[in-house]
Design a protein around this ligand. Structure first.
Ligand code: DLL
Length: 438
């Protein structure tokens, strides 16, 4: 009999039953942090939540949020709920300023992480017998090792190649009969580009699946990747503070990312009022971990904007689905009073077929006013057209951006390969006001 689910009981669980499990695990987590993390003991005492008597999920709303700053202030281990001799792994995410955030995992946490990812890879069609090339960076970043253990739990072959050295990546793909690749969507595009240059016909390779995440990417980019690599591309989401990759992932329906709700309770809050948003509304995603021992987080504000659907998916799985994240609140650009997400610009650009999926948003100040410019790569054919044709093309893109976003954004068309490619998370915005350089 072929299995349809990794863990049918938990994946198809009725919501009422799931909620009972969640409240029980949440209570245990609150007791754990109350007894072992002074930061949370004070928090719970201050807001009057008694973890030993906790029974009503609505009471959660009384608990203040945990933020990245809380993690930084408690650097490196002060939020650990387990003694160091029970911690078996540490990851850390680099911040641009101040201390990095550090997370610790017990044996049971690592097991949960592997299980969560294995379940997700299974749900999008991977099986033992698949050969998975893991091109996420290995190291303190959770992408490499996170996926690595998940692929092993699934029982597929793991190729722990890490990011970079793109020609070698392609050689490995060809020689080892890679059937799935895991990396950032921007790196997937780069692999496709280098492959094309060296004459690889991806349609002739056994590669059939890509598992992409760690940065926002629109459905237009998904289509580009699928067309170029001749694969099905799925979205995987996560963040180190909550676990790493595998907090949520698309199933084969590609209709939202199932959140592993037996491990994490999601909430959506209004970014301004910080109150829970009504069902289905876009807002900031907040997570409480309910299965982690090493470093549980309570109501962690992710900064990511998305919405959640609680409808049963057509695959039959009942766990809630989050929409593809629109972007991070701290990536939101405010230009002359208008809020703009890089993904909105990407949406407009990727509708234009002559444009390559490589662009850079430049923010600067001119005569005391913030201004935005977008550098966009076009194909050699377009670029070699006459100057006035190029200018007309630039104006037509500026017009499209203005109609969609409502501010003037100037466009500069660039020659192929002039915008830096990324092997990990792509940097799409350069803020010259902060002294950054393209
Ligand atoms: O990026 C974990 C990860 C690794 C996820 C590999 C998926 C694949 P951090 O470095 O802590 O962890 O960054 C977390 O990246 O809050 C989002 O803003 C963004 N992010 C992660 N996955 C997605 C995604 C990893 N699928 C931050 N879509 C998160 C959009 C994503 N943004």
């Amino acid at each position: 009999m072929t299995l349809k689910f990794w863990n049918e009981k938990i994946e198809l669980i009725k919501r009422e039953e799931l909620e009972l499990i969640q409240i029980d695990k949440l209570k245990k987590t609150l007791i754990n942090v109350y007894e072992n993390v002074p930061f949370y003991k004070k928090r719970l005492d201050d807001c009057g939540v008694n973890p030993y008597k906790f029974s009503n999920p609505d009471e959660m709303e009384n608990i203040p949020f945990t933020t990245k700053d809380d993690l930084r202030l408690n650097y490196p281990f002060k939020l650990f709920a387990s003694p160091l001799d029970k911690i078996i792994r540490i990851h850390s995410s680099s911040g641009t300023t101040g201390n990095p955030t550090v997370v610790g995992y017990t044996k049971s946490d690592i097991r949960m992480w592997g299980d969560s990812i294995a379940r997700q890879l299974f749900s999008l069609g991977l099986r033992s017998g698949d050969t998975v090339q893991n091109s996420y960076g290995y190291g303190l970043f959770t992408g490499g090792l996170g996926l690595h253990y998940g692929i092993e739990v699934l029982g597929a072959i793991t190729i722990p190649v890490s990011g970079g050295n793109t020609e070698r990546q392609i050689k490995i793909m060809r020689d080892f009969n890679t059937t799935a690749v895991c990396c950032t969507p921007s790196y997937a595009l780069h692999i496709a580009e280098v492959g094309k240059e060296i004459g690889v016909d991806f349609g002739k390779l056994p590669l059939k699946v890509g598992v992409f995440g760690a940065e926002p990417w629109t459905d237009h980019i998904r289509k580009e990747i699928e067309d170029r690599l001749k694969i099905n591309a799925y979205d995987i989401y996560g963040l180190s503070e909550v676990m790493g990759p595998g907090v949520a992932c698309e199933c084969s329906c590609k209709n939202g990312l199932h959140i592993a709700e037996d491990y994490f309770i999601p909430e959506i809050i209004d970014p301004k009022t910080h109150k829970r948003a009504s069902k289905g509304k876009i807002g900031e995603l907040v997570f409480t971990t309910i299965n982690k021992e090493g470093m549980p987080v309570i109501r962690y504000k992710t900064n990511d904007l998305t919405s959640i659907s609680y409808e049963v998916c057509s695959c039959g799985r009942t766990h809630a689905r989050m929409a593809k994240p629109v972007g991070r609140l701290d990536d939101m650009l405010i230009i002359r009073g208008v809020n703009v997400f890089p993904s909105q610009i990407e949406e407009v650009l990727m509708e234009i077929k002559e444009i390559e999926p490589h662009y850079l948003i430049i923010i600067d100040k001119r005569k005391y006013l913030d201004c935005m410019e977008v550098w966009i790569e076009v194909s050699e054919d377009i670029f070699s057209e006459k100057m006035n044709a190029l200018e007309a093309f630039e104006s037509s893109i500026e017009h499209k951006l203005y109609s969609a976003i409502g501010i003037n954004i100037s466009v500069k068309l660039k020659e192929p390969k002039t915008i830096k490619r990324s092997e990990g998370k792509a940097k799409r915005v350069v803020d010259m006001r902060k002294g950054e350089k393209p």
